[in-house]
Structure formats: structure tokens, C-alpha cells
Design a protein. Structure first.
Length: 130
């Protein structure tokens, strides 16, 4: 198997509202949009935003509903403090200003309209692809 792409799918209460947040405040490009599902891109990162989904034939016992659960969307940037100021100017509300974790770099967190946690970080460690 050769992986050609990796995307995150977030179930949201209002696809239009969430699309506007990711586009206008975080700078994502809208690749495709329908009332029930949108695909957004930022550089090589892909995020699908979709409305509540009942079980289907290929996922018979799975009902997908909005809610943050344990999902964190990580936006790796060159300079966290610069990104923080830029995103604040666009209306993104952060939990705190950027902080330096013990392992290095800078990071800060915000919530999207459905409560999903968004981490903006500039740690350029071994886990990040060039």
C-alpha cells in the first residue's frame, strides 16, 4: 500500500459556520463545499467538515455526531508567536498566549465553533516531515 494523502474528518453542527471559521479565521482554502460536507486544505493538510451521519451500509453500527472527544487538530507553523498574532487579528480566540513546553518550541490552543481543540505549534522536532 502506498499512502497518497491523509485527512481529518470532523463532524460539526453547522457545515457552513465551520467552513467560514476554517476559511476566514484559519486561512484554509475551500476545495469543495456542499451543505452536508466540505473539504478544506491548508498547504498539504486536508480537513473534511461534515454534518451528523447515521449508520450506513459500510459502517452499520456507527452514528457520527458532533463533539470534540479526543481530537486535536495540530497546525505546525514556522513561528507560533507570529501565527498567534495573525490569527488573533482574524478573530481567533486562544485559551492563552503562546507558551514554551518543556520539550521546546512554542504552542498555543484555541477551539473551533464545535469545541474541537486546535493547537498552533512551531516545534520542529523529529516527528515533523520536511
Amino acid at each position: 500500500m502506498r499512502l497518497v494523502s491523509l485527512a481529518t474528518m470532523l463532524c460539526v453542527h453547522d457545515v457552513e459556520r465551520s467552513t467560514a471559521f476554517y476559511r476566514d479565521q484559519l486561512g484554509f482554502e475551500v476545495v469543495s463545499y456542499e451543505p452536508e460536507i466540505a473539504l478544506l486544505r491548508i498547504d498539504s493538510g486536508l480537513v473534511y467538515l461534515f454534518a451528523e451521519s447515521e449508520p450506513t451500509e459500510d459502517k452499520p453500527a456507527v452514528h457520527l455526531a458532533p463533539g470534540p472527544g479526543s481530537v486535536i487538530l495540530v497546525l505546525a507553523v514556522e513561528d507560533c508567536r507570529e501565527a498567534y498574532e495573525e490569527l488573533r487579528a482574524r478573530g481567533v480566540e486562544f485559551l492563552t498566549p503562546p507558551k514554551q513546553p518543556s520539550w521546546g518550541g512554542w504552542r498555543c490552543f484555541a477551539h473551533d465553533p464545535d469545541g474541537y481543540l486546535i493547537e498552533v505549534e512551531d516545534w520542529a522536532g523529529e516527528l515533523h516531515a520536511e
